[in-house]
Design a protein around this ligand. Structure first.
Ligand code: DX5
Ligand code: ZN
Length: 228
């Protein structure tokens, strides 16, 4: 994975047809997705349950782009190797998931993945000083994690602006996740985000039998983001 700050759209398969992940992935990639975002939830760190390493391994061969795995789980460390073996390119853990985030990031890179760090909407960026050289991506949650289709939290625009300044020239992606639409995307790209996760706004109106709306939705977000 080469680093660049071009805008990337990462559809979240949380909004896909769960009975049909392989085709859903093929469709959104054919319609212009840059990365595939995989939301792992444990029913403990967040009040919802999704899937684990075997599902990630099963869908991996169908992903031609980048497998971006968002771990909304606590504890997290004991599962890192399993998700790495399942083929994650990027493994993102939450800053709030435990007391030893430095160790978690070391373990992710040690397992051969790019290391991501996610921040809940209520978490500030003050604690990142000593972590910046250990991360390849920072994910700013623009909703409280756990569910697709929630409303964008505007206070996170300022957080992204501050974070962008803090990152400077370091090769760190700023990803935003939650409530991203053609209306909210440009606020975030103007503030400095380069990876836009979108679930409901990508998958709405389409299906594997009618994937054209996926392309329209992705292009609408990309075009809006580019106006920033
Ligand atoms: C929320 C997940 C998101 C979610 C985004 O907990 O991390 O990735 O699927 O969904 P939308 O785009 O519908 O807000
Ligand atoms: Zn996510």
């Amino acid at each position: 994975m080469e680093f660049d700050r071009k805008i990337k759209i990462a559809p979240s398969i949380l909004s896909a047809d769960f009975a049909n992940f392989s085709q859903e992935i093929q469709c959104v990639e054919a319609e212009g997705a840059d990365w595939i975002h995989v939301d792992v939830m444990d029913g403990h760190f967040v009040p919802n349950l999704t899937f684990g390493p075997p599902l990630c391994a099963a869908i991996r061969p169908h992903i031609k782009t980048v497998m971006d795995v968002h771990l909304m789980i606590s504890p997290v460390d004991q599962y890192i190797d399993a998700f790495a073996e399942a083929g994650a390119d990027i493994l993102t853990a939450h800053l709030e998931a435990g007391p030893h985030v430095h160790r978690t990031l070391q373990a992710i890179r040690g397992a051969g993945c790019k290391a991501g760090l996610a921040l809940n909407p209520g978490t500030g960026i003050e604690d990142l000083d000593y972590l910046l050289d250990m991360v390849d991506l920072i994910c700013v949650m623009t909703v409280n994690p756990g569910f697709g289709g929630q409303k964008f939290i505007h206070s996170q625009v300022e957080k992204v602006r501050k974070l962008r300044a803090m990152i400077g020239d370091r090769p760190i992606h700023i990803e935003i996740d939650g409530g991203i639409t053609p209306e909210t995307a440009p606020l975030m790209t103007a503030a400095g985000a380069d990876v836009l996760v979108a679930g409901s706004a990508v998958f709405k109106g389409g299906s594997v039998d009618n994937p054209a709306p996926y392309g329209e939705n992705i292009r609408a977000i990309r075009a809006a983001a580019a106006t920033a």
